[in-house]
Design a protein. Sequence first.
Length: 136
Amino acid sequence: MKHMNRWSWALLIYLYSNVSFATEMVYTPINPSFGGNPLYSAHLLGVANAINDYKAPSTDRGFEQESAIDRLASSLESRLISQLLGDVGNGNSGQLETSDFILNIVDSNGRLTVQIVDKATGETSEIEVSGLNPDL
């Protein structure tokens, strides 16, 4: 019986040594972003959210929400500055004074000068643009 057992093992090894079970290896991505199965996306998103430890910064940064009157004043101020800049296209000059700054706009024959004076610090910024032709 021992002798038969050895022969059967030898025959088995011989038969399986000639037969190859290897196949071509093909990489198949899992992530749908890289060509994987799109049905995996919900699972991958769930796993990513489960391990995500990022906490968004607090939106409360000590700022108070702007009141309706402040929004109106800001909107009106923006509209007046826009109108002032529009008048420069017609060859006019002008000045706008707010609680925070003074805005002077001077147009002299195609040379536009915009001067901004900060009332709190007294700092002055000046912007000069040349080569402009006023609208006729």
